[in-house]
Every structure is written in structure tokens, then in C-alpha cells.
Design a binder for this molecule. Structure first.
Ligand SMILES: [Fe+2]
Ligand SMILES: [Fe+2]
Length: 374
């Protein structure tokens, strides 16, 4: 039985009395007498409209927010007066350093102004009429099956954390809400494309799904963000660029460009978060390396599943003949090296240039590079 179900409000004389007096016109007005910081926020840029950045003023802003939020554990919006007796929501994430990022207030605004529509922004009829050769069509449908799996987990992870963040981090919560929506749209567009190829969804992959499950099971938001925003989505961003390159029609290339625009924003948040943490808490550097060790292990410990690697080779080589496959392998190898290079470049930009030297993944990549060159 819940606490509330044990209370009979009709027995609460004070509440009933107050309600009846208000309905007779005798108002309490205690809420109106509360001392507040009065503000009148205006758009700094008329064309852009009123943004979250325009609301960063005084107690409503975040510039004086402490590292550990003890003040508010309720739904009280940041800056509101908080009377006694608000509920404790038992948020799991109350430390600013777990979630904060440079420009955090800008990511939500960007997401809202750059929404697109998977139902109408793609020429579906034209795509449905495009006849793909069987091996290309099947390889592409298999890639789309994998991408649908990826996007489903990418939707679940931000949703899992959204309600666990302290309400004072509303800029981050709102951004994460847009991320969940973006990822849902990605799952939508890949499913729609798979079902319009003439081949349908192909095979789910246990190998892929165990890798993806790692993202969902992270113990803290900081770890989840490193593994998701920075590592997995960074890898996916390079993968989308590669998929744009190898995709069979112009409309498919457009599809990947739309998805990439969202993915770049998610990676942007991950990078600006890591940079912010390294700048403000340099003592966290070792813990970050430790998280990256774990997260990288699931990438290079697992590599690409057959259900992804082979479609890449067939699509990149444009067929199943021997010379196609040789060409496809060469292009796919170059893509994989680029994927790792870009990952380490991102970390260097965030303030972790030593990651290359410390990473087993980098050693593995270098061995691969030498083997290819030999
Ligand atoms: Fe996505
Ligand atoms: Fe994403």
C-alpha cells in the first residue's frame, strides 16, 4: 500500500478548510509573498528566438551551480522557491561533473531546430521502385538490419538515464530527450528502408547484441556517456559516412546524411562533456582511462560481426565476384583504420592525447596498419 493511499484528504481539516475558504473568496496568497529574483529574459538574437542560453541569469542559471546538488531532490524547477515537504525523487545522478558539458544548453536548441521527418523527407516511392541486384540488395538489407538493432539500443540508453538525473540538470535532460527521439527516428528510418528494399529485414546478430548490451548496462551515467556518446556513437558516425559512400542510390545517401547530422550532435555532447570534466577535474583522468579501457575492450575484443563485415565488403566492392571482394576488403580495411583514427583524434581534442599510447586498441590498430602496408 502506498503512503498516499493511507491518507484520506477529507479528514485533513486544515486542507479542507483552506479549500473552502478559497472557494468563498478568502485567498491565502502565501505563495505570492515569497521573495523571488524577478527576471524578464529576452532573445539575445531576434532571429534565433528565446533560447535556453537567454535564460542563464542569476539563480535561474547554472553558473553558480555546485558540483553536488543537495539543495533540490524534487521536481522543483531550478530557481523556484522550495517549501518544506517536497518529495525526494532519489535521483541517481546529482553530480554536475557526471553530466555537464560546454555548450550544454545549445545542444537541445540545435536538436529542436534541426528535426527532420523520416516519413516524408525521403523519396520512398522512388526507392521502392529502385531494383537492386540480389547480392547488393541482400547485403544492404543486412546492414540495415544491424543498424536497426544499433538504433534500438541507442534509444533505450538515454531513456534509461533521463529520469535518473537530478531535475536541476534540465538542459541535459532535455538534450537526452531529443537524443532518444533522434535515435527512435533512426530506428524508424532503417526499418522503413529495409522493408522497402524488396528483401526485408535479414538476420539479427548475437555478437552485435552482446556488444550493444554493454552500453545499456553501464553502472553510472559518466561511464554510459563515455561508452555511448563518445565511443560507440563516434564509431557509428564514421560508419554512417562509410555507409553513405557505399550505399546503392542517391536517396540512400541522403538518408545517411540526415542521420549523420543527428549523430554528430550526440558525439558533440560526449566530447564537450569529456573536455569539461578534464578541464575542471583533472584528477579524474585515470578513472577516465580505466573506463575507456573497458569500453574499448568490447570494441576490439569483439570486432565486427559477420553480419556487418560481409555486407560492408560486398557493398564496398559492389558485388560477389572475386575482384569485387578483393576491392571490398581493401576499402573496408581503410574504413576500419579511419574509424579508429577518428576515435583517437576526438579523444585528443578532448584533452586526452596520451590515449593512443595507453590504449591496447591503438596497438591493435597499428598492427593492422602494418599488416595491410606489408
Ligand atoms: Fe542513432
Ligand atoms: Fe546517436
Amino acid at each position: 500500500m502506498s503512503y498516499l493511499s493511507t491518507i484520506d484528504f477529507t479528514e485533513d481539516r486544515e486542507f479542507v478548510d483552506r479549500f473552502q475558504r478559497a472557494m468563498c473568496g478568502d485567498l491565502d496568497l502565501g505563495w505570492m509573498a515569497v521573495e523571488r529574483e524577478q527576471v524578464r529574459c529576452r532573445p539575445q538574437n531576434e532571429r534565433r528566438g528565446l533560447t535556453f542560453r537567454d535564460l542563464v541569469v542569476g539563480s535561474y542559471g547554472f553558473t553558480e551551480m555546485p558540483e553536488l546538488i543537495r539543495r533540490n531532490r524534487s521536481f522543483a524547477p531550478r530557481g523556484a522557491a522550495m517549501p518544506e515537504g517536497l518529495p525526494d525523487l532519489q535521483a541517481d545522478v546529482n553530480r554536475k561533473s557526471e553530466v555537464w558539458a560546454y555548450n550544454v544548453e545549445g545542444y537541445y536548441e540545435e536538436a529542436m531546430s534541426r528535426q527532420w521527418n523520416a516519413t516524408t523527407d525521403i523519396p520512398w516511392r522512388e526507392l521502392a521502385d529502385a531494383q537492386l541486384p540480389e547480392e547488393i540488395g541482400k547485403a544492404y538489407a543486412q546492414l540495415l538490419t544491424f543498424l536497426t538493432e544499433v538504433e534500438m539500443i541507442a534509444t533505450d540508453v538515454p531513456c534509461k538515464w533521463m529520469g535518473r538525473l537530478n531535475a536541476d540538470f534540465f538542459e541535459v535532460k532535455n538534450f537526452i530527450a531529443t537524443q532518444a527521439m533522434d535515435e527512435a527516428r533512426h530506428a524508424e528510418i532503417f526499418r522503413k528502408r529495409a522493408l522497402s528494399t524488396g528483401f526485408g529485414l535479414m538476420r539479427a546478430s548475437a555478437h552485435n547484441e552482446f556488444n550493444l548490451k554493454f552500453l545499456r548496462d553501464a553502472d553510472s551515467f559518466a561511464e554510459a556517456s563515455l561508452a555511448l556518446h563518445l565511443q560507440a556513437e563516434g564509431m557509428v558516425l564514421t560508419l554512417f559516412r562509410f555507409s553513405e559512400y557505399i550505399s546503392p542510390t542517391e536517396a540512400d545517401k541522403k538518408l545517411f546524411r540526415l542521420v549523420m547530422q543527428d549523430e554528430a550532435r550526440h558525439v558533440g555532447y560526449g566530447m564537450q562533456h569529456l573536455k569539461w570534466v578534464i578541464d575542471h577535474f583533472p584528477e579524474r583522468r585515470e578513472a577516465i582511462h580505466h573506463h575507456l579501457d573497458e569500453a574499448e575492450n568490447f570494441v576490439f575484443g569483439a570486432g565486427y560481426a559477420t553480419e556487418v563485415l560481409e555486407p560492408f565488403i560486398i557493398l564496398a566492392g559492389k558485388g560477389l565476384r572475386k575482384e569485387n571482394i578483393q576491392q571490398g576488403v581493401r576499402i573496408t580495411q581503410a574504413f576500419q583504420l579511419k574509424q579508429s583514427d577518428e576515435y583517437f583524434e576526438r579523444l585528443a581534442k578532448c584533452g586526452l592525447p596520451e590515449r593512443r599510447e595507453r590504449s591496447r586498441l591503438w596497438k591493435f590498430v597499428e598492427l593492422n596498419r602494418q599488416a595491410i602496408a606489408a
